[in-house]
Design a protein around this ligand. Structure first.
Ligand SMILES: [Zn+2]
Length: 322
């Protein structure tokens, strides 16, 4: 047979069609990292930045280096599942232990921090961080002398305080940015008064604790921050056209807080459709199925971390909520 080209598609018998997403093997409790890798892979801006990087210091313990390797392997059309054992061992050497039940938000933040610490190309490391960075203005007002102390700080995730009475993400965001009064034991130090006084504060500083809540919290596929927050809660430099976000990944937790399993719903870059990744099992799903993770039932998996992408053209930014 000369002068003709033909292609061969290799298909395994139990997989009649090739999904557009690569699964990841579960190596003893690696489901948490697996689900996070799917969400990193759905963050193609991150994949592009890591692809652009020309690492000079190729030491095995480098989280950004191993992350780059696994994310690029996940983009390729090679046989699935993508190899990621090196990445898992690398995390282990950086104290994100293998064979231990992990908290997805903690591991997510640790990986982002390790990228910052270990990447020698600091400019690129900054670009990666700015993908996830949420700038917030802190605000503390003394209720007696009205002195206002304000500043700027950065968050890599918005911890949502979930209450039975607040059952949508929009409500949780509103609550997070709402001014709250701090009194009695919670009094804050006022510079002008020189002592602790009742105050008004923008953010809840409550530390997260691990307890699985089974109340239902809905979240939308797209959301507009300027429609959720009042003008008072938005900074003056906030650009209205930058307020549109779309959901690109949902990290799902099933089981209880101590023993559970993580999976991920991610949106694919090419066709924008939703996929469900349960370790090496990957399938295309509908948005309706993603909505099953709103919670409220003990049997179903519940959304634990959401990743939204800012949608207007130009600057891309993401934020997440745990
Ligand atoms: Zn005061």
């Amino acid at each position: 047979m000369a002068g003709r080209f033909f292609s061969v598609f290799s298909r395994s018998l139990n997989q009649p069609f090739r999904s557009r997403l690569q699964g990841l093997m579960n190596y003893g409790l690696s489901c948490c990292v697996n689900a996070l890798l799917q969400s990193f892979s759905a963050t193609w801006e991150l994949v592009d930045l890591l692809d652009r990087w020309n690492p000079v210091d190729k030491y095995k313990e480098s989280v950004p280096l191993q992350l780059r390797k696994v994310l690029l392997a996940m983009q390729s059309d090679q046989s699935q599942p993508a190899p990621h054992q090196d990445f898992l061992h690398c995390l282990d050497r950086n104290y994100i232990r293998l064979h231990v039940q992990q908290d997805a938000v903690e591991v997510f933040l640790s990986i982002l921090n390790l990228i910052q610490q270990q990447m020698s190309d600091k400019a690129l490391a900054q670009e990666i961080q700015s993908l996830y960075k949420v700038t917030v203005e802190t605000y503390l007002q003394c209720l007696e002398c009205t002195y206002i102390e304000s500043g700027t700080s950065f968050l890599l995730s918005l911890p949502m305080h979930i209450k039975e009475s607040h059952n949508s993400l929009e409500d949780c965001i509103r609550l997070f940015f709402e001014l709250q009064e701090l009194r009695d034991r919670d009094n804050c130090y006022c510079e002008r008064c020189g002592e602790k006084k009742p105050s008004k504060q923008r953010f809840r500083n409550s530390r997260g604790y691990t307890r699985k809540l089974h109340c239902k919290v809905t979240f939308p596929e797209t959301l507009n921050i300027s429609e959720i927050l009042t003008a008072e809660a938005l900074s003056q430099s906030y650009v209205q056209s930058d307020s549109q976000y779309s959901l690109c990944a949902v990290i799902v937790h099933s089981g209880d807080a101590m023993f559970g399993h993580y999976t991920a719903y991610v949106r694919h870059k090419k066709d924008q459709s939703w996929y469900y990744a349960d370790d090496s099992n990957v399938r295309q799903v509908s948005w309706e199925e993603v909505q099953n993770t709103y919670g409220g039932s003990e049997r179903e998996g519940t959304a634990y971390m959401l990743l939204y992408r800012r949608t207007p053209e130009g600057k891309q930014q993401e934020w997440s909520s745990g």
